[in-house]
Write a new protein. Sequence first.
Length: 95
Amino acid sequence: MTITIITPAYNRAGTLTKLYESLKIQTNKDFEWLVIDDGSTDGTGELLKSFIDEQEKKSIAANSDTFPIEYHFQENAGKHVISRSEERFSRNAET
């Protein structure tokens, strides 16, 4: 059973590397990492894109030690606003 690790982010480029490194050393890779960026301006998006590129390169090299990363950016909406993409993931989780 694949699980989804959901990480909300707003200007968290300084902390996401530690999380990514932790995910890479997990022995069970039956998960996907979903990052919802709420309008970061600190390079969070570029950092996540580098993580995605790294995972794709490993996947192409037939390295089974990879996991999918999905990155979604939305304009800053504050704490209590859910985007359409998040609603889709919530509905899919219930089925």
